[in-house]
Design a protein. Structure first.
Length: 157
């Protein structure tokens, strides 16, 4: 995640959030975002991943992100977000999922990005890259096999 943006969220003045979401959508690559919500202690870090990029990562990742290990159950229950209405920021609406920590970002009813916990975003990107690098589509594989068949063996050289 090459780009990092810090956002101060104050209600009802939410122009900064709308600008950040629009910028991240225009960039077309994952953007690290730190939200400093007014009235809340601490900052919330997330990675804003464009919908197309997330679909690609999830396609190539061999499995789903492991949610929690043994012994983390009490922590997961304590951190579960409260049920809330979707948060609107100009043209964008944020829908926080109660399970998994993701937040869908929509514009005009279409999901344009998702906010993921940084660990999950990193894990998905790494797994997808690893699997994709080992994959060759059928046409590419046939062309490569043909190329290798035309090469002289080491003994003939």
């Amino acid at each position: 995640m090459g780009i990092q943006i810090d956002v101060v969220v104050s209600y009802p003045i939410n122009d900064e959030v709308e600008r950040v979401l629009g910028l991240a959508e225009a960039v077309g690559e994952p953007v690290g975002v730190t939200f400093m919500w007014e009235g809340r202690a601490g900052a919330e870090r997330a990675v804003l991943v464009p919908a197309a990029t997330l679909a690609l990562w999830e396609h190539w990742a061999p499995t789903a992100y492991p949610m929690s290990g043994a012994g983390d159950e009490d922590r997961a229950v304590a951190e579960e977000p409260e049920l809330a209405h979707p948060a609107e920021f100009g043209a964008f609406t944020l829908f926080r999922r109660r399970v998994g920590g993701r937040t869908a970002v929509t514009r005009e009813g279409v999901v344009v990005a998702e906010l993921l916990p940084p660990d999950e975003a990193h894990w998905l990107e790494e797994k997808a890259r690893d699997v994709r690098q080992g994959f060759m589509d059928p046409k590419q594989k046939a062309a490569f096999e043909e190329f290798l068949a035309r090469q002289a063996s080491l003994d003939e050289q």
